[in-house]
Design a protein around this ligand. Structure first.
Ligand code: PLP
Length: 384
């Protein structure tokens, strides 16, 4: 049994591989846009577990759905049907306008399924991806991640062709005959909150068509309401053939999903892919509740709160530019962003970096106007 007195930090000091920096704080509870540390101090959470807890901590809808499913059935494997996975696939298909789902446990796994799907559907191994992109840490997903610092220690990786974001000429230069997949994040999240232009996305779509390649969006970070539409592609005028989702889909329970449009070429078939935990009933039940909760009213709220936060950020000292859409925002600073994140944490605000000089804010979608104003006050204090 885990007790609070055992302490989240001491556990991490003793027994976890050091793949992350030593945490300064251990959290023990959350509620809405607030977290509580092991000393009982409250923090405004503008990171949401890296754009995951999008309905806020302990939101009643996924909480009740997960509780009910925990009491009913935890796991059967994909050898048997369960209603939560079927219901989630139906909900996502309806949102997408006709699609089939493959469920797994994380964003990287969703992208692994995508890479295999595209290889099988097109017979071509090449992938065009973007410099600065992030698609996950497994070897396949890392192979299409355009960040040399994350790749270097693990070379040789698969060789993707990397293009510069929003540079159509560079995209053309990256396209070779072997390309079977063009993979884009509509907003590069980890890479600095860089939105792709509609012109660039349209060029990518026609290039993919010319090459006989599939067009896929990695919506692991931008999907499930984060940018003010359920999928980011909905306001960009380009509908991809495949998308990957994870992070916010079950509001914090592990889940990943590859969604394939009904009109996309057929790829994976019986026996080509699988995942023991994929489609887990508890995660899927929570995810169905998440999908039901993200209605037009909540999406309008995301857009309104996004504008309020972006306007406030633009007026802060040291902010050069504000990028992003809805509640996925990056403030480009005139100095290191980590210093601001550390000082904000000390002052009771949890936020993120996205590259050396970009402060990334991804609060829960349910965040209130007064909470945004309080976060801006804290940032102003620590940035002045
Ligand atoms: N794709 C994008 C766009 C991401 O932002 C992330 C994680 O930050 C991933 C993939 C990898 O997801 P996971 O960490 O769940 O494997």
């Amino acid at each position: 049994m885990i007790t609070e007195s055992a302490g989240a930090r001491s556990a991490s000091e003793s027994a976890l591989l050091p793949t992350y920096p030593e945490p300064k704080i251990g959290f023990v509870a959350g509620d809405g846009a607030w977290l509580v540390d092991d000393d009982g101090r409250r923090y405004l959470d503008f990171a949401a577990g890296i754009a995951v807890v999008s309905l806020g901590h302990r939101h009643p809808a996924p909480l009740a759905a997960a509780h009910a499913q925990l009491d009913r059935l935890w796991h059967t494997s994909n050898l048997y049907a369960t209603e939560p996975a079927a219901a989630l696939a139906r909900a996502l298909s309806d949102r997408f306008g006709g699609a089939q789902a493959f469920f797994c446990n994380s964003g990287a796994e969703a992208n692994e399924a995508l890479l295999k799907y595209a290889r099988k559907a097109t017979g071509k191994p090449g992938v065009v991806a973007l410099e600065g992109s992030f698609h996950g840490r497994t070897l396949g997903a890392l192979g299409v991640t355009g960040q040399p610092a994350k790749r270097a220690a693990f070379d040789p990786l698969s060789t993707a062709h990397f293009a510069a974001p929003n540079d159509v000429a560079s995209l053309h230069a990256a396209c070779a005959d072997d390309v079977g997949l063009v993979l884009l994040e509509p907003i590069l999240g980890e890479g600095g909150v860089i939105p792709l232009s509609q012109e660039f996305l349209a060029a990518a779509a026609s290039l993919a068509e010319e090459l006989g390649a599939l067009l896929a969006f990695d919506e692991v970070q931008t999907g499930v309401g984060r940018t003010g539409t359920f999928f980011a592609w909905e306001r960009l005028g380009v509908r991809p053939q495949l998308i990957t989702l994870a992070k916010a889909l079950a509001n914090g329970l592990p889940i990943g999903c590859l969604l394939v449009a009904d009109d996309a070429p057929r790829g994976l078939a019986l026996g080509d892919h699988g995942s023991t935990f994929g489609g887990n009933p508890v995660s899927c039940a929570a995810a169905v509740a998440v999908c039901e909760t993200i209605d037009d009213e909540l999406l309008a709220h995301v857009r309104a709160m996004g504008i309020r936060l972006a306007d406030g950020l633009a007026g802060l000292p040291g902010v050069i530019e504000v990028r992003g859409t809805g509640l996925l925002l990056g403030a480009v600073l005139d100095g290191p962003a980590q210093r601001v994140v550390d000082a904000a944490l000390d002052a009771g605000l949890v936020c993120l970096v996205a590259g050396p000089n970009v402060l990334r804010l991804a609060p829960p979608l349910v965040v209130g106007a007064h909470e945004i104003d309080r976060a801006l006050e804290i940032l102003e204090e620590v940035m002045t």
